[in-house]
Design a protein around this ligand. Structure first.
Ligand code: IMP
Length: 423
């Protein structure tokens, strides 16, 4: 990693960003999360141990590496404390190197209740993770949110909580017909968080700018993926934050010039958890086949089976554009080993060729594919690009040609070692 780099998912999340961030973190001076919340599920396998992270930056598994959680994140204190306890029990020291922006909004218990109540209505369900993400960002943008820094003046926190509960409990009781949130119970639980969170609070924007001004390189870690972005994703079947590279600037308080490189991470095929259009989706039989072959195509946060499909060059090319990507990492290539033929979606059959403007248009587009020959030789043990089977190289070269960006990393298994770096 020669410059400060932002790592972004090219599809609908779960592209294997955790592993890529973990690898690049070795060469970075710090790692920063800039959006999302406990909805994320990043898996890092290191030295025979597996870490599943939701709020903590993946860099946390590297001893001594400073890690930042920016203002763009929505922070759920009980989830964070649980996660800190979990990584501590796995031998990771967190104190002194985790910094959290006091400007980050809190995900509160009533956000999770509202998220679940909305989803339970059935019609129009997004298929969320139920972690209260949408309602947290609604309050942030609606200027009703309670921020991490508010915990330091507990009377301010309590006052904001009281005001919020008037509206939220009205909705919960009268509209969703579920039990309301208890002011007393939340106050009782949250009394411990000022002392627990204060040691981590810091001016994240200032610290990151100082680090970069002194020549240090920062790895900006995106969560979810481009097509879950609140603006450019398959709206409304998206998450509620800016998951694209621009989100790193607003979510951390850094200028666009700080981002030296944009690395997109795409699976060698496509997956999606939750509802919404999926143009290159497999039929159920093929999806089941790939899920079993990959072994782990189940959501890390919710355990739901992931929907699966062919690599979609139309969407990844769009992701290259909206993120300004200059490199691509392709993960899980080994999952395609032994397939006779492999398809790539190359067109949505839209008149005029542009990218669909509405989700309805995307839902009924007519996908055109090209078919490439597969390869027999297992790729899991291969560590150099030159040794990949000729048809695997052809597949990767076709992806480069169709998306217009160079593949710099190929991942052929979950472990750190199962990676091919291209100069
Ligand atoms: P929310 O972010 O929980 O509101 O969920 C909105 C949509 O984003 C749903 O389709 C979720 O399945 C999806 N989603 C949220 N976080 C992740 C993730 O980390 N990986 C994959 N999908 C996610």
């Amino acid at each position: 990693m020669k410059k400060s780099t932002v790592v972004i998912g090219a599809q609908w999340g779960d592209e294997g960003k955790g592993k890529i961030v973990d690898l690049l973190a070795r060469q970075a001076d710090a790692v920063a999360r800039f959006q999302g919340g406990a909805n994320a599920g990043h898996t890092v396998k290191a030295n025979g141990r597996e870490f599943v992270l939701h709020l903590l930056p993946s860099g946390i598994v590297h001893p001594k590496k400073p890690c930042f959680i920016g203002n763009g994140v929505v922070l759920d204190p009980p989830s964070l404390m649980e996660e800190i306890a979990q990584v501590r029990s796995q031998g990771i020291k967190v104190d002194g190197r985790l910094k959290i922006s006091p400007l980050a909004n809190l995900t509160m218990p009533y956000h999770k209740m509202l998220d679940k109540a909305r989803e339970a209505q059935g019609a129009g369900a997004i298929g969320t993770t139920g972690r209260g993400i949408g309602p947290s960002y609604i309050d942030k943008v609606g200027r009703l949110g309670i921020r991490v820094g508010d915990l330091l003046q507990f009377d301010v926190f309590a006052q904001k909580l009281r005001e919020n509960l008037k509206e939220k409990n009205f909705l919960l009781k009268n509209y969703y017909k579920v039990s309301p949130a208890s002011y007393e119970a939340i106050i009782k639980e949250y009394r411990k968080y000022p002392a627990l969170l204060k040691p981590y609070m810091a001016d994240v924007s200032l610290l990151l700018n100082q680090l970069m001004a002194s020549g240090k390189k920062v790895l900006f870690e995106g969560a979810q993926g481009t097509f879950l972005d609140i603006d450019f994703g398959t709206y409304p079947f998206v998450t509620s934050s800016s998951t694209i590279s621009g989100g790193a600037c607003t979510g951390l308080g850094i200028g666009p010039g700080s981002v030296g490189s944009v690395l997109l991470v795409a699976k060698a095929y496509t997956t999606r958890v939750g509802n919404g259009p999926f143009p290159a989706e497999f039929d159920p039989k093929m999806a089941d086949f790939i899920r079993r072959r990959a072994g782990d195509e189940f959501g890390r946060t919710t355990g739901r089976p992931r929907r699966c499909g062919w690599f979609d060059a139309v969407m990844v090319k769009r992701a290259v554009q909206v993120n300004g990507a200059d490199q691509l990492a392709v993960t899980k290539l080994d999952v395609l080993d032994g397939m006779k033929q492999i398809k790539i979606a190359v067109s949505y059959g839209i008149k005029g060729g542009g990218y669909p403007w509405t989700t309805e248009e995307l839902s009924c587009c007519r996908v055109k594919y090209i078919t490439l020959p597969g390869w027999d030789k297992p790729t899991g043990g291969i560590r150099s690009y030159g040794q990949l089977p000729a048809n695997a190289k052809k597949y990767l070269q076709t992806i480069e040609k169709l998306t217009g960006v160079k593949i710099s990393i190929v991942s052929v298994g979950p472990d750190r070692e199962a990676t091919i770096f291209r100069a």
